[in-house]
Design a protein around this ligand. Structure first.
Ligand code: ATP
Ligand code: MG
Length: 394
């Protein structure tokens, strides 16, 4: 079986012709063996960055110091990284320096987990030096080498292990799990930005509940910027469409405010605003069902996320299908104030009065009357209703 895209195989072919070794590595190989389509394709090579640059006409430096060159092949960007080992880690985050090496084995040894330490030739031949294939068959996440040492080097790996349980549904191997427990405090060395990026990926997984429990069982929760104390509440069965839905769930399970979550994990303003609206919609939905005003005030994504949270968390209320929500929303007499068949000018004409604050107030009343079916969204109907109410209030 061939692997990778035509341009990526061409990159390997050209490097080999120039006398270097080159193979596919990392997540793409792992995902291929799992029958998933790989997202980003990474190539590892014995060629040093300057040698890679010399072989291809179009390259972009994206991390020469760390050995990574972006090669543009028939318009496709492909990351090519020189075989390397990492020096000492004094800050538990990043190697103090990297050394380029000539052997693939040395490069694979510095990778985090056995399932991520697989390589594949351009002809689809698997190179498995650390038992990654067997661990994949057993659905196990196992550190390459001594787990505690590996987590001491880079504490983020502990969180990556958890993230892979969320995405793959695998279990963490016993020694690896113990090492996470023993070294959990070190997660404090990792920046919020990197934790956020891992959490975003975690939320895309089908096994978020499992990952949440793992975070709690290992004690990592105690050293994260913020984490729900009672993950037992989470009973999720509906996949999240986006990471921000996951963050909304995180907020509700933890009983946090939108700003708590946003501050702790440096969420973007867009994400923070979404959390606020979803929380409001969720609270309304918790009362019983969405009201007509809820259907009108919240956009479809907010309503669906709120409903998803109801289903994900042990909570009262009977589930409504997403199609039902969509139908309810579409069947509203108006979708927004812009849909009203009258405007302020009409009100001035009908009453022979000058403009002023009263117009906005009355447009609001008309909006409510139309939404709740008191009158149809028809200029004649509205005129009749409006003039009656208007004169009555005078
Ligand atoms: P994803 O599907 O999220 O891209 P991935 O495994 O490809 O998952 P990347 O961050 O793209 O993750 O990293 C590519 C490869 O680099 C990994 O498969 C792994 O071999 C290695 N790697 C990444 N991060 C680390 C780390 N912190 N420590 C050791 N090796 C790592
Ligand atoms: Mg990747």
């Amino acid at each position: 079986t061939s692997f990778g895209t035509v341009p990526s195989r061409e990159v390997i072919h050209i490097l080999e012709n120039a006398g270097y070794e080159a193979v596919f590595v990392g997540g793409a190989v792992r995902d291929h063996l799992l029958g998933k389509t790989a997202t980003d394709i990474d190539i590892a090579t014995s060629a040093e960055p300057k040698e890679v640059k010399a072989v291809f006409p179009t390259t972009v430096d994206i991390g020469t110091a760390h050995g990574t060159i972006l090669v543009l092949m028939n318009g496709e960007p492909i990351e090519v990284t020189t075989y390397r080992t990492e020096g000492t880690y004094t800050d538990h985050r990043r190697p103090d320096e990297v050394h380029f090496v000539k052997s693939l084995q040395e490069d694979l040894r510095r990778r985090d987990f056995t399932i991520n330490a697989l390589a594949m030739t351009k002809d689809g031949e698997l190179i498995d030096l650390f038992g990654g294939k067997a661990d994949m068959a057993e659905r196990i996440i196992r550190a390459v080498g001594n787990a505690a040492d590996r987590f001491n080097e880079d504490a983020l790996r502990m969180f990556r292990a958890i993230r892979f349980t969320a995405v793959l549904g695998f279990d963490i191997e016993e020694q690896t799990l113990k090492a996470i427990r023993d070294n959990a405090t070190q997660i404090r060395y990792i920046s919020v930005e990197r934790l956020k990026a891992e959490m975003d990926k975690l939320f895309a997984g089908d096994y978020v509940v499992k990952a949440f429990h793992n975070i709690q069982n290992t004690g990592l929760n105690l050293h994260l910027p913020l984490f729900p104390t009672d993950t037992e509440k989470l009973n999720r069965t509906v996949p999240f469409e986006s990471a921000v839905e996951g963050w909304a769930c995180f907020m509700i399970v933890g009983n946090f405010s939108p700003s708590d979550v946003a501050r702790a994990y440096k969420l973007s303003n867009v994400e923070r605003t979404f959390l606020s609206t979803v929380k409001d919609a969720y609270v309304n939905r918790m009362d019983y069902q969405f009201t007509l005003d809820d259907y009108y005030n919240y956009d479809l994504a907010t309503l669906i996320t709120a409903e998803k949270l109801i289903r994900s968390i042990h909570a009262n209320g009977e589930a409504i299908s997403f199609t039902e929500i969509k139908k309810m929303k579409q069947s509203l007499p108006i979708q927004s104030i812009a849909d009203l068949s009258v405007d302020g000018k009409k009100l001035m004409e009908w009453t022979s009065q000058k403009g002023g604050r009263w117009i906005g107030e009355w447009i609001g009343k008309i909006e409510q009357a139309v939404l709740h079916g008191t009158c149809k969204n028809d200029p004649n109907d509205i005129k009749e209703w409006f003039l009656y109410e208007f004169n009555r209030e005078k």
